[in-house]
Write a protein that binds this ligand. Sequence first.
Ligand code: SAM
Length: 348
Amino acid sequence: MLNNDITIEQIESWLRETDEQKLKQLWDKADAVRKANVGDAVHLRGLIEVSNYCVRQCTYCGLASDNKDMTRYRMNADEIFACAQEAASYGYGTVVMQAGEDYGIESQWLADIVKRIKDNLPLAVTLSMGERPFEDLQHWRSAGADRYLLRFETSDTKLYKLIHPPLPRQTTDRFEILHHLKQLGYETGSGVMIGIPGQTFTTLAKDIHTFRKYDMDMVGVGPYIANPLTPLEQNGLNHEIAAKDQVKNTEMMTYKVIALTRLVCPESNIPSTTALATINKKSGRELGLSRGANVVMPNVTPVEYRTKYEIYPGKACLNETAKQCQGCLAARIASIGRTIGTGYGSRN
Ligand code: SAM
């Protein structure tokens, strides 16, 4: 059955589906639901990777503070504003400022940058700064930030604790933060990695169902990409926590999750992610867009910094300039008969 009231059991059964003819029905349905609800426009969000400092120890992520092989950087305010200007000059409607959970990014400092962008450029501002205190989230919203991205990573609380240890003397509840973000009036986005060790088919089906339960405005999903410099990939932790019914971090599984997410969240903005483009550099972006996605996040970070924002190795578009990314994506979007969105591209 393929309707928007799809149950967790039905989602799981689609995740296990291997018959190409049946999967074609899923792609077609997701594409039709995408077209009917968010149209043919592909919204471009210019990604600025403002800092790779992080206080966290997420076992999957190269930015984790214990990774001593990483050269750390934090962009200054003028550099960030110049990236936003460049994004606006290409007609992008949004900039996404993303960073590790970096308390060197002070609340007032970021609020000033948000305000400067909002006062001077025709851009929506999305933030992705991790689990910052509620006061910071409120401060940035008052400064004009429109959206906030915080993936819950997995709905399995036991697995979450294994892959995302809390800071000393703190609990970590991303669902509570997502609720608070909504109350503050942010358009709120979340998501998960596909195929992270310990993720079962049932867990992933519940994750997808959770996107609808929390009525997410944006949902980002991409494959888990193993990073040899992380605890998960060292000392056999990945094998230790792998589930009997482990989901694989494949391209095909990623398309299934994008398509099913579109069915459960017809109006959400769903990116065809860089992680997907990393595992299929040739056509991953286009296939994601043809199977439910309607957003792409071209990188506008200066190359000298983006090569240091190494969450995982081999990231797509690592050495391309912002201008090259813009030209490449415009051609890819045109090649599948879609148009480039104008304006903020907010949820309808
Ligand atoms: N610090 C912010 C946070 O935690 O939300 C934003 C930065 S964090 C690097 C952005 C996202 O990268 C995470 O939510 C996670 O899903 C993704 N990510 C981290 N390591 C990854 C990996 N090895 N493979 C794929 N995605 C990964």
